[in-house]
Design a protein around this ligand. Structure first.
Ligand SMILES: Cc1cc2nc3c(=O)[nH]c(=O)nc-3n(C[C@H](O)[C@H](O)[C@H](O)COP(=O)(O)OP(=O)(O)OC[C@H]3O[C@@H](n4cnc5c(N)ncnc54)[C@H](O)[C@@H]3O)c2cc1C
Length: 337
């Protein structure tokens, strides 16, 4: 593996922050993984997909390994006719969704335009418009750096939750995701997921759209709301939507009837973090060269040349303001490094 010294990370993070890595390598094939530990030596390691969920607040004093393991392979159909395939962790998520939808394999269309890699999608259990990646993932193949062996984890072993998985834990930090196996519902079993706020309207009331129609509606919604990382640096939603006890949500709703809240069952309620941030007057607020996106308060952006520390300082201001007004602690969805 070729090792680049003092590498500029600007092209490898969608915030477009100009941090540097002490050393950088590309993992292009499975056999590269065997070398990773010896190349790493005593340095900390950061595996990156497409860098769409990280914020570098300083230089990374270690080895950054870009996962570029590609390839999509069709597998034998599942017991109930599921369309099964395995994708390399370094594949583009968005390209994979478009490929599957265009080839007539529905099930991923709600997740179009989520930037990042297939590996990153599993780490984060990405979700959008009512669908989470975990619903379509059958298993995840990892390389265990400590044991120097490949292993496959079942969906249950991945311990997926809301924007979380085993890969975000201490144990999971020793693993590199190599490939992900998906099982999409058989065409005859597939039902469009259209109940999510905004999507029904974008489909103009169509209750039985095709997967292509859902994909196009989601694209329209996302284009209107989210900055294009090619033009404006961001990592999408910066904060998670907080989950609070139902009683706390009810009390808040009495004071703030407009509050956007989704009952989750188990006496818990998910609150829209974007609404909370808007309500403390932060939509469009700037700090140095960082800003809260004017069309969606959940998104922090780099207006050009911002350091990661400026974005982090703005995020801290948002957290304090929401805490003061609502007594709720927002937690970042983005990995802050
Ligand atoms: C404009 C925009 C919109 C977005 N919209 C959404 C959305 O709708 N829903 C949503 O859920 N997210 C969204 N995101 C966030 C982001 O796209 C996802 O979290 C994505 O899955 C990150 O993938 P990545 O490859 O870029 O991960 P990276 O940012 O490269 O890495 C993220 C984390 O995963 C780890 N990691 C990455 N690859 C591997 C691997 N192969 N093995 C082990 N660890 C790995 C990294 O170490 C890091 O901790 C959005 C981001 C942007 C910029």
């Amino acid at each position: 593996m070729k090792v680049e010294q003092n590498a500029l990370l600007t092209p490898y993070n969608t915030f477009g922050v100009a941090a540097r890595a002490k050393r950088l390598v590309r993992i292009a094939k499975r056999s590269d993984l065997g070398e990773l530990e010896s190349v790493r030596g005593d340095d900390p390691l950061l595996v990156l997909g497409l860098g769409s969920n990280v914020l570098f607040t300083k230089d990374f004093e270690g080895l950054v390994a870009l996962n570029r393991i590609r390839g999509v392979k069709r597998l034998e159909a599942g017991e109930n006719g599921e369309y099964r395939f395995r994708a390399g962790a370094g594949e583009s998520w968005d390209a994979l969704v478009r490929k599957m939808t265009a080839e007539g394999h529905p099930g991923l269309e709600n997740l179009v335009m989520v930037p990042g890699s297939v590996g990153g999608a599993a780490v984060q259990n990405i979700g959008a418009y009512g669908v989470e990646a975990a619903e379509r993932i059958e298993s995840v193949e990892i390389f265990d750096r400590e044991k120097s062996e490949f292993r496959t984890l079942t969906n249950e072993e991945c311990d997926f939750g809301y924007r979380s998985s085993v890969f975000k834990t201490e144990r999971g930090s020793k693993w590199v995701i190599v490939s992900v196996t998906f099982a999409l519902p058989a065409v005859t079993q597939w039902k469009p997921v259209v109940g999510y706020k905004g999507l029904t309207a974008a489909l103009a009331g169509k209750t039985d759209p095709t997967a292509e129609e859902v994909l196009e509606a989601v694209e329209r919604l996302r284009r209107a709301k989210l900055p294009d990382p090619k033009e404006i640096g961001s990592a999408g939603s910066f904060f998670k939507n907080p989950v609070v006890p139902e009683l706390q949500a009810r009390a808040l709703l009495e004071d703030y009837p407009q509050l956007v809240a989704y009952p989750l069952g188990g006496r818990r309620t998910k609150l829209a973090a974007g609404w909370l941030i808007d309500a403390v007057g932060f939509k469009g607020r700037t700090k140095g060269r960082a800003a809260v996106w004017s069309r969606q308060a959940l998104v922090l952006v780099n207006q050009g040349g911002a350091a990661g520390s400026e974005v982090k300082a703005l995020a801290d201001d948002v957290i304090s303001a929401v805490e003061r007004k609502f007594g709720i602690s927002l937690t970042p969805e983005v990995a802050i490094l």
